[in-house]
Design a protein around this ligand. Structure first.
Ligand SMILES: NC(=O)c1ccc[n+]([C@@H]2O[C@H](COP(=O)([O-])OP(=O)(O)OC[C@H]3O[C@@H](n4cnc5c(N)ncnc54)[C@H](OP(=O)(O)O)[C@@H]3O)[C@@H](O)[C@H]2O)c1
Length: 293
């Protein structure tokens, strides 16, 4: 069973940049209509012009929508309904992170991540799925993250939103077995997009080795290939895919240990030993860390 991309209507959130823009470029060759969603309308319009030039018969709708606000998502869906646009494939791609110790993060940023990474995909899926099930054809492509399978100090909220998307997507896939609706999760590692600039990770989170990085075009291509095969989970990029497969065999304690150096570096500025306590001379332990660890 394949998702109904060919000659279908595909809605892509976060189409103004990175992976979403590449998904739009690659899906434009196959879809009948694309619905491009993001806040930066001028970027969406530029993409529309580019895609039209290469695919003159393609229908393209540009929908400016701030996914933080559920009422804007409702207006987007109302507008599609009014224009008799029936979405065959939903790509929940928009997302953002914020690199910070949790207690230092602003609540508005946390709220933004919850709304864009969790509430918006839930709401869009809820509104569009019923018709897909009735018509016995449809597709949901959720872009989560390798962080959905790990513990990531400095990105606690972001990684938790992706853990949510992981559980939601896998469970939904089971619910939809035999209905004609394909559900696939893509869990990329580092992809060269604006993500790290928005999240403020950059060098602070440590340099990502070049062998792990992939381009948004490669990420989009492997995402679509996996979706076409109705794969449950896609790890784009050869080296990263094998790293994730091996790390999925690791016990939970090893995942915790793997996150410790990053956590220490973030809080104490050193990944090896925390500074000695000024009064006791003992080194400060992280909460929950056994003494002598
Ligand atoms: N790049 C990576 O290393 C990486 C790794 C793993 C997973 N991912 C995931 O891949 C997905 C795409 O990210 P990317 O790497 O392509 O990053 P990106 O270049 O920063 O693109 C993010 C997209 O999300 C949209 N977006 C953000 N906030 C929004 C809001 N409030 N309302 C509507 N749209 C919003 C942005 O559009 P506007 O700003 O125009 O609204 C933009 O199009 C995300 O879900 C991310 O978590 C990325």
């Amino acid at each position: 069973m394949r998702p109904p991309i060919d000659s279908g209507t595909v809605l892509i959130t976060g189409a103004s940049s990175g992976i979403g823009r590449e998904l739009a470029r690659q899906l434009a060759r196959r879809a009948r209509t694309l619905v491009l969603v993001a806040r930066r309308e001028e970027r969406l319009e530029a993409l529309r012009d580019e895609l039209h030039a290469r695919n003159p018969t393609l229908g393209i709708l540009v929908e400016r929508c701030d996914l933080v606000h559920p009422d804007e998502v409702d207006s987007l869906l109302d507008s599609l309904y009014r224009h008799l646009v029936r979405v065959d494939v939903l790509v929940n791609n928009a997302g953002l992170g914020d690199y910070s110790l949790y207690e230092q993060e602003s609540w508005s940023r946390i709220h933004q991540m919850l709304q864009v990474n969790v509430t918006a995909p839930l709401l869009l899926t809820h509104r569009l799925l019923r018709l897909m099930v009735e018509r016995k054809r449809g597709g949901i492509l959720n872009i989560s993250c390798g962080g959905a399978r790990a513990f990531v100090p400095g990105l606690a909220v972001y990684s938790a939103t992706k853990h949510f998307l992981d559980g939601f997507t896998e469970s939904l896939r089971l619910e939809l077995r035999g209905t004609g609706v394909v559900v696939t999760q893509v869990a990329p590692g580092p992809v060269d997009t604006e993500f790290s600039e928005v999240a403020g990770t950059g060098e602070r989170a440590g340099r990502v080795p070049a062998w792990m990085r992939i381009s948004p075009a490669q990420c989009a291509r492997e995402a679509i290939e996996g979706f076409d095969r109705a794969q449950p989970l896609v790890y784009p990029g050869f080296a990263y895919r094998w790293m994730m497969r091996l790390s999925s065999l690791m016990p939970r304690g090893m995942h915790r240990a793997a996150g410790l150096p990053g956590a220490r570096k973030l809080r104490y500025g050193t990944s090896l030993l925390e500074p000695a306590h000024p009064d006791t001379g003992r080194r400060v332990l992280l909460a929950g860390e056994p003494e002598g660890a």
